[in-house]
Design a protein around this ligand. Structure first.
Ligand code: DC
Length: 226
């Protein structure tokens, strides 16, 4: 009797711009799993909070906002799309201003507990690749496979500049922004950015996306057999 392969929970954490989402998306496609970008949830809250003129530190108002927020992450073959009150806000979420807001609201326990609960619901059945900052440490401490993806700040700044078409002259400022966001994400009291003790760390500096995917797929295949 043949048994269906186990559908795993794969957690991918790491700092901004390290290549997490490229890897997570490709991995989900290769495995036939669902890709969930948990950062998009923090970005949706940031976007909605900004639109309503809330303060990024007002935990009570943000909690009430989230409790009434109608948003959905929809996995599609080309990647995840995000809807807020039925409107597709996927592109809007990628702006640096929204990223900044996301990072600020993500420091609040009232925000994190609510979003972590939704992330667990999305992933608990398995067959999911979820990326973020605390997936392997807090959201799914029992995840079958955990990866911590890093790259040097200079490399991440170069990738970000290429992505947004910024000139060479802006590289220094982009790198400083990245380092500031890393600091805020790593130093916050609750669920700071750090590798889980049982995560495999992958430094993508100087590697192609294909090389990274191959390395990770080999590891997942090993775990699926276990
Ligand atoms: O991955 P991203 O850049 O889209 O995430 C936006 C912000 O959300 C980031 O600054 C940190 C926060 N975040 C978090 O605290 N926990 C997660 N699991 C995902 C994102």
């Amino acid at each position: 009797m043949s048994t269906a392969p186990r559908r795993l929970i794969v957690a991918i954490d790491g700092p901004a711009g390290a290549g997490k989402s490229t890897l997570a998306r490709a991995l989900a496609r290769a495995l036939g799993y669902t890709y969930v970008d948990s950062g998009a949830m923090y970005r949706v809250v940031g976007l909605a909070a900004r639109a309503r003129g809330l303060a990024a530190t007002d935990a009570e108002a943000l909690a009430a906002l989230i409790d009434g927020l109608d948003f959905a992450l929809r996995p599609e073959p080309a990647g995840q799309r995000v809807f807020l009150s039925g409107r597709d806000v996927t592109e809007e979420l990628r702006t640096p201003a929204v990223g900044e807001w996301a990072s600020r609201v993500a420091a609040l326990p009232a925000v994190r507990t609510r979003l972590v609960e939704r992330q667990r619901r999305l992933g608990e059945a398995g067959g999911v690749v979820m990326d973020g900052r605390d997936i392997g440490t807090v959201v799914f401490p029992e995840a079958d496979c955990k990866f911590f993806v890093t790259a040097s700040a200079a490399e991440r700044a170069r990738r970000r500049a290429r992505e947004i078409g910024a000139p060479e002259a802006e590289l220094g400022a982009i790198q400083r922004d990245i380092e500031a966001r890393d600091r805020r994400d790593s130093e916050r009291a609750l669920a700071p950015l750090r590798a889980a003790a049982d995560a495999v760390t992958i430094d993508t500096t100087g590697s192609t996306a294909e090389e990274v995917l191959e390395q990770v797929l080999a590891r997942v295949a090993e775990r699926a057999k276990a």
